[in-house]
Ligand binder design. Structure first.
Ligand code: GAR
Length: 217
C-alpha cells in the first residue's frame, strides 16, 4: 500500500507530532511522516522525530530576512521530500495567503478549541473566563485567516468548575491526540470533498468523523 507522505510543521513540544508518528507505526494507517520541520532549534519535537528515525530540519524564521524567504524555504523542503499533505502541529508561525494557496486543501491544522470559538492564543484561559461549559479541539483545512477553515473533526471535553488553563489544556490535548490521526487517515482516504466552507464525507464507512470521547478515561 502506498501511504500518503506527511510533512509536519512544529515549534515546540511535539505531542501531536508524536500522535502522528505513533499512528504511522501501524502499517494499515494510510500515511507516513516523511519530514518534520521546526522553526525553532532545540525543541522536543525534533527529539521525537529523531527517536522515530524520521528526517527533520530546522528552518529558523529568525535566520531568513523576510516571511517570503522563510516560507520559500519551507515549501522547497516539503516538495523535495515529496510531501503530499502538510500538518501543522503546534506550529506557532502565521503562514501567508500565498503559502496557503500553494498547499490549498493539502494543509491542515489542529487548534485547541471548538472553532470558530476562541481562535488565536491563550485559548484555554479565554474559554474559562467566558464561562463556557464545553471546550475541545478542531482539526481543519487551513485558509488564509488564522484558525479558520473547513472543519474535519472536532471533539468536545467539559470545562470543570475548578479548572485552571493548564487543567483544561491537558484534557483537550488528550482529545487532540485522538483526533489528529483520525483526520489525517480520513484525508488520506480521499473520500471527502470541500463544499463551500464545509467538508463532506463521500462515504462515511471507513473513518467516523464523530469522535466520542470519555473526558476522564
Ligand atoms: C496544541 O495544543 C495545539 O493544538 C496548539 O498548540 C499545542 C501544541 O502542542 N496549537 C495552536 O494553538 C495553534 N493555533 P504539541 O506541540 O505538544 O503538539
Amino acid at each position: 500500500m502506498s501511504r500518503m507522505k506527511l510533512g509536519v510543521l512544529v515549534s515546540g513540544r511535539g505531542s501531536n507530532l508524536q500522535a502522528l508518528l505513533d499512528a504511522a507505526t501501524d502499517p494499515t494507517w494510510p500515511a507516513e511522516v516523511a519530514l518534520v520541520l521546526s522553526n525553532q532549534p532545540g525543541v522536543q519535537a525534533l527529539d521525537r522525530a529523531a527517536a522515530a528515525g524520521v528526517p527533520a530540519a530546522v528552518i529558523d524564521h529568525r535566520d531568513v530576512a523576510a516571511r517570503a524567504a522563510f516560507e520559500a524555504a519551507l515549501d522547497a523542503a516539503l516538495r523535495d521530500a515529496g510531501v503530499e499533505l502538510v500538518c501543522l502541529a503546534g506550529f506557532m508561525r502565521v503562514l501567508s495567503a500565498d503559502f496557503v494557496a500553494r498547499w490549498f486543501n493539502r494543509l491542515v491544522n489542529i487548534h485547541p478549541s471548538l472553532l470558530p470559538a476562541f481562535p488565536g492564543l491563550d485559548t484555554h484561559a479565554r474559554a474559562i473566563k467566558a464561562g463556557v461549559r464545553w471546550s475541545g479541539c478542531t482539526v481543519h483545512l487551513v485558509r488564509a485567516t488564522v484558525d479558520q477553515g473547513p472543519i474535519l473533526i472536532q471533539a468536545a471535553v467539559p470545562v470543570l468548575p475548578e479548572d485552571r488553563p493548564e487543567d483544561l489544556a491537558a484534557r483537550v490535548l488528550t482529545a487532540e491526540h485522538r483526533c489528529y490521526p483520525r483526520a489525517v487517515a480520513w484525508l488520506a482516504s480521499g473520500r471527502w470533498t470541500v463544499v463551500g466552507d464545509t467538508v463532506r464525507l463521500a462515504d462515511p464507512a471507513p473513518v467516523s468523523r464523530r469522535v466520542h470521547l470519555n473526558p476522564v478515561g
